[in-house]
Design a protein around this ligand. Structure first.
Ligand code: 5GP
Ligand code: MN
Length: 469
């Protein structure tokens, strides 16, 4: 047999908390093909629920609210059989993913790519760049400030997974070659580049949107044209679909959407990415080198030059013009964009010095679900102010949490009600006083006092969550 050098990759559609089932399928493929899968890529709706609190922080019809099997991977009772990397969809433990907004390990061996990101993956001589954009597009929330705080209100529980202009802007500053890109929703009109009739035959209810040219996300259409990756993997529509997009530049993107994990459904695709950048489907790599993740210097430079913009989230001007008639989206404030591209070049000099490995810095930060707990007792959020992984990332790019504008706070419900008149109270306070530590302590004290007073909280159940009623 010819020895191919490369990375054996499995791609999955929607996870929907089925960690045990999907990993069992991976092991089955490994046994059948006598190979080792090096990497599993997942395009959202993963549902990394650690405990009941996370479960109630997921937007989902009540009847589908299930603990799933993630908590076993969180505690270390079980371990993913291969390195797994995912982006977020529209059904996620949004509070947990918010803690790892710029990317991080949700448990050993499972990495959340973040709200938007580009990283590098290496195994032996083979290397590729992986990009991704979590969430789905929603016209109304595209330009809103990213101020979803814990606990989420009903609106925030949904707006938190809607794609924001800021993430799209960061990705649009990326000029390097991205090999693989992950999104949950499909790029608008991508179906035109595949067997559209067959798709309609299989999914009749897509027909009117397809005819109206409204099928998929306008922001992903923009990114597909802008980044022109070699591969684009998506999910959300619960159907397998392939397309080949030919760009004006003559580059091509192979698009593949996969189904969700159900018996008899096409939810997994396995292929080998070779060191020559080819994709093979019936030959697999047998080199045993370890697979490693690295930060991408260009992305770090983009993080650096855009970081202070986060301070103006709630008054940020529109960065894109959406032309819905033309089904197109374009950058406005072009001069500012050009300036940022220039600034990126300078920042790159600093980050290009040496490849930086993504650290194995996962720590348990919340009380995991205990499977013998048959009560409906809610586990209150731990006082996670800043996840240790977020802290490490900020140190890496030499930025402080100051600019995060307080969006990582667990804000007490009572305080939120009290301050409804001025919902940016905490943020303004931080901005004007620049005494975040004091504000932080204040919130903590209040939260503590409330917890002491309100014994009721210990017995919270579904009724205590306004967004589920
Ligand atoms: P989810 O699993 O995220 O709750 O729901 C995904 C489902 O929403 C898909 O299976 C698909 O049927 C439907 N859906 C999502 N986006 C569109 C769209 O743009 N048009 C149509 N017709 N259905 C959509
Ligand atoms: Mn979905």
């Amino acid at each position: 047999m010819i020895q191919i050098e490369g990375i054996n990759i499995a791609v999955e559609g929607c996870f929907h908390g089925k960690f045990d089932d999907i990993f069992a399928e991976i092991k089955e493929i490994e046994k059948k093909k006598q190979i080792k899968i090096d990497l599993l890529l997942v395009s959202g709706d993963v549902q990394t629920i650690r405990n009941k609190h996370d479960m109630y922080n997921m937007a989902c019809p009540q009847k589908y609210l299930e603990m799933g099997s993630f908590y076993k991977y969180y505690t270390g009772e079980k371990v993913a059989p291969c390195l797994t990397i995912f982006i977020g969809g529209n059904h996620e433990a949004s509070n947990y993913l918010r803690e790892l907004h710029f990317g991080g390990w949700v448990c050993p061996n499972i990495y959340f790519l973040g709200s938007s990101n580009v990283i590098q993956i290496k195994k032996g001589q083979t290397t590729f760049k992986l990009g991704g954009n979590s969430g789905i597009f929603n016209n109304y929330d595209f330009n809103i400030p990213k101020l979803e705080c814990f606990p989420f209100t009903q609106d925030q529980l949904h707006s938190v997974y809607h794609i924001k202009q800021f993430d799209l802007y960061k990705l649009s500053l990326y000029e390097g070659d991205i090999n693989v890109f992950l999104s949950h929703d499909w790029p608008l009109q991508v179906e035109k580049h595949g067997d559209i009739n067959d798709l309609i035959k299989r999914k009749k209810h897509f027909e009117s949107d397809i005819i109206d040219g409204k099928f998929g996300s306008i922001s992903h259409k923009y990114l597909l044209n802008k980044l022109q990756p070699n591969f684009w993997f998506a999910a959300h529509m619960h159907v397998k679909f392939e397309a080949l997009v030919q760009h004006q530049s003559n580059k091509k993107t192979k698009f593949l959407a996969l189904d969700k994990c159900l018996p008899g459904r096409e939810f997994l695709q396995v292929f080998t990415y070779t060191k020559e950048g080819l994709d093979l489907y019936n030959q697999f790599a047998f080199n045993n080198d370890p697979i490693e993740l690295f930060y991408d210097p260009e992305w770090l430079a983009i993080m650096k030059i855009t970081f202070n913009l986060q301070q103006i989230w709630y008054k940020m001007p529109k960065l894109f013009e959406c032309n819905y008639a033309q089904k197109d989206l374009k950058i406005i404030r072009y001069q500012k964009y050009q300036q940022l591209l220039q600034a990126k070049k300078e920042a790159l000099i600093y980050f290009k010095k040496e490849p930086i490995k993504i650290p194995q810095n996962f720590q348990i930060t919340a009380t995991p679900y205990f499977k013998n707990d048959h009560t409906n007792k809610l586990i209150l959020p731990n006082k996670v102010l800043l996840n240790n992984q977020m802290n490490d990332y900020l140190k890496l790019i030499k930025e402080s949490e100051q600019e995060l504008n307080g969006f990582l706070f667990y804000e007490s419900q009572q305080q939120q009600n009290k301050e409804q008149k001025n919902q940016f109270h905490v943020i303004n306070k931080i901005e004007t006083q620049i005494k975040k530590e004091i504000v932080k302590q204040e919130i903590l004290n209040q939260l503590e006092q409330q917890q002491k007073q309100q014994k009721k909280n210990d017995n919270m159940n579904i009724q205590d969550f306004p967004f589920l009623q």
